[in-house]
Design a protein around this ligand. Structure first.
Ligand SMILES: [Fe+2]
Ligand SMILES: [Fe+2]
Length: 326
């Protein structure tokens, strides 16, 4: 899906089929998934070390602790309520994300252990937001749970799910995007107005930042081992990035609201793309073949293109969301 004129679907970042076709490898040079898995398996000690590092920095918290001081019932600003529903549903897609990692990262004990740890941490994100929303009097939770059912029933099966390079590229971008979305609820939208919710979303955002650090470190290590294929994978994911909740009913309206309120905008996505390129040292990287050079150039050019798209003015009217009680 391309950006339609006048509308920026914030959660869907397909840039151009022309660019994609230029990057897409022909059938005979399609990524060798078995080889990618073998290379990933050789990183076992590094993955184990990163998991240990992550756990040593962990500040474990539990939903019931964070909700202890929440009032029993209250109204939320409708825009904040709608955005919280979007972020809750995104988190509640965890069964699909767990399946992606558990079935596609191989049997390496370190990766299996990481997936278990990551799942245990992520499970608290959806739980605390869902339990918080149950206290919000102007959100109809039956409607929200209906959306959640539909979202999980459809599943999340991106075309790239079986290639570990694409998976690590995606998770490195997606954890950062989720971190920004949660953080902006706290800093941009609440501005001290609801301390319990601020505490919840900033705790989640900090954990997403640690997940980002893990996935990005593995991506950087893969890049050292196999630069051309890793850059091709990263370019492919970046050119048509979409948040996992893109099959949530009403997702387009919710992400348009997200753009309007600045919870997450194309500028944020441009920042993620630029920051990932800087972290991976793409300007200085040496030893690339033609495919790697093409991918690197496309990645480095992408933020400016995204910012041009983002600068287009979008007229926005708050839609009638079926889960909001007026
Ligand atoms: Fe999360
Ligand atoms: Fe996360």
């Amino acid at each position: 899906m391309l950006f339609a004129s006048g509308m920026i679907p914030v959660g869907l970042y397909t840039v151009s089929d022309v660019t994609l076709n230029a990057l897409r490898r022909r059938e005979d040079t399609m990524p060798n998934i078995a080889r990618h898995r073998q290379i990933l398996a050789t990183l076992e000690p590094f993955v184990a070390e990163q998991t240990r590092l992550h756990e040593s920095r962990q500040k474990l918290w539990f939903p019931s602790e964070l909700l202890a001081d929440a009032p029993q019932t209250f109204r939320l600003d409708p825009k904040v309520g709608a955005l919280l529903v979007l972020n809750t549903l995104t988190e509640e897609g965890l069964p699909s994300f767990h399946r992606l990692l558990a079935t596609n990262l191989g049997e390496s004990p370190a990766l299996v252990s990481w997936t278990d740890l990551w799942t245990a941490e992520e499970d608290r994100h959806g739980a605390v937001l869902h339990d918080y929303l149950l206290r919000v009097s102007n959100v109809n939770m039956v409607e929200v749970e209906r959306m959640q059912y539909s979202y999980l029933r459809q599943g999340f099966r991106p075309h790239w799910q079986s290639d570990p390079y694409l998976l690590f590229a995606y998770t490195a971008l997606q954890e950062w995007a989720t971190q920004i979305a949660h953080q902006n609820i706290s800093s941009e939208l609440l501005r001290g107005g609801e301390p319990v919710l601020e505490g919840i979303v900033s705790k989640i955002a900090k954990e997403e930042a640690k997940h980002l650090a893990f996935y990005r470190s593995i991506l950087a290590k893969l890049l050292e081992h196999d630069p051309d294929d890793v850059l091709a994978a990263l370019a492919e994911v970046m050119m048509r990035f979409h948040m996992p909740g893109s099959n949530i009913p009403g997702f387009l309206e919710l992400t348009t609201l997200s753009n309007d309120t600045k919870m997450f905008t194309p500028y944020d996505y441009a920042k993620i793309v630029r920051g990932t390129g800087i972290f991976l040292g793409l300007i200085e990287i040496q030893g690339l073949g033609d495919e790697g050079k093409r991918a690197r150039d496309a990645i480095l050019a992408l933020p400016d293109r995204l910012e041009k798209i983002a600068a287009r003015k979008v007229r926005f009217e708050m839609p009638r969301f079926p889960f909001l009680i007026t």
